[in-house]
Design a protein around this ligand. Structure first.
Ligand code: GLU
Length: 291
């Protein structure tokens, strides 16, 4: 085994569906700093499976903005849109394990099923937990109808527990939104039966991210607290797919001056606009606490 193989591996994995903003700058600088402190490698991954929302000009923008911040990364850069076949294979493995079921439900059907039920549980993103339509596996009469594949989370956790001989955990070295840290129990039930293969692209963020983290040998996942809850699904998938377990470090999110979480739609805060307005990369780093 070479020295390189033993080195910790970190990644910054933006989605090119808008220009990067201060929140991304924080996440990228944080990841680079963690990699440096650990004597590790830094990879950049372009998460562009959402073919409708991702645009190549935003990929160019990512390279431009990160270079401006003084960051560098290994090449070639992995682009998820070039690896749909790899994700399809992982979905097929999960199908064989028996934890996926076809779900033909439209958004309107799901809305109707939960309507008026004020106590219906919500997932960590605030959406109603999927009400279980089609979980029985019965297909609709029209065989042409498009479907997504959902995770039967109750069955998945049962299989995972059996495989490990107990409830799985993940190691959090940062913290979740409520301060969760350390060795944490994995609770996919907070999400219910999530979609693992979307109707339009046949994969999902959850599947693509765990497959790529494993393929790229990522040992340390550093990302914002908005993705903390997703780790519960990621650990379940890693165990079902026999993938290695990375360490997780979720960092607080940067908010704008009004205390709102920054989003790609608030273009005024993009790194490109700040740069055009004469702000320097040094000022950004200083502002974010990286000097
Ligand atoms: N692509 C995701 C995003 O931009 C991040 C994925 C991850 O770090 O796990 O929000």
């Amino acid at each position: 085994m070479s020295v390189r193989d033993k080195q910790p591996v970190f990644r910054f994995a933006p989605s090119p569906n808008g220009r990067l903003h201060l929140g991304h700058a924080y996440s990228a600088l944080f990841t680079a700093e963690q990699a440096r402190k650990a004597g590790g490698r830094l990879l950049l991954r372009i998460e562009d499976i959402d073919l409708l929302r991702c645009r190549s000009e935003f990929i160019d923008g990512i390279f431009e903005d990160l270079t401006w911040l003084g960051l560098s990364w290994e090449v070639p850069v992995r682009r998820q849109s070039e690896h749909f076949e790899t994700y399809r294979q992982a979905i097929s493995t999960l199908k064989n394990v028996g934890v996926l079921y076809p779900c033909y439900a439209t958004r309107a059907e799901i809305r109707a099923a939960v309507e008026g039920k004020a106590d219906h549980p919500r997932d960590p993103d605030g959406a109603p937990v999927y009400p279980g339509l089609y979980r029985s596996g019965e297909a609709p009469s029209d065989p042409e109808r498009p479907y997504a594949l959902r995770l039967n989370h109750a069955l998945a956790i049962k299989l995972v527990r059996k495989k490990l001989g107990g409830r799985p955990t993940f190691l959090e070295t940062g913290c979740g939104t409520s301060g969760e840290t350390g060795e944490l129990p994995v609770t996919p039930e907070i999400w219910g039966d999530v979609v693992l293969a979307r109707k339009d692209i046949g994969t999902s963020y959850h599947v693509s991210v765990v497959v790529d983290d494993a393929l790229q040998g990522i040992t340390h996942v550093t990302r914002g607290q908005d993705l903390f809850a997703a780790t519960h699904i990621h650990r379940v998938l890693q165990i079902l797919l026999d993938l290695p377990e990375p360490t997780y470090c979720h960092h607080p999110l940067i908010s704008d001056t009004a205390g709102r979480k920054l989003s790609k739609s608030s273009d005024d805060q993009s790194l490109a606009s700040l740069r055009e307005a004469g702000v320097t990369a040094g000022q950004i780093k200083h502002e974010l606490g990286f000097t």
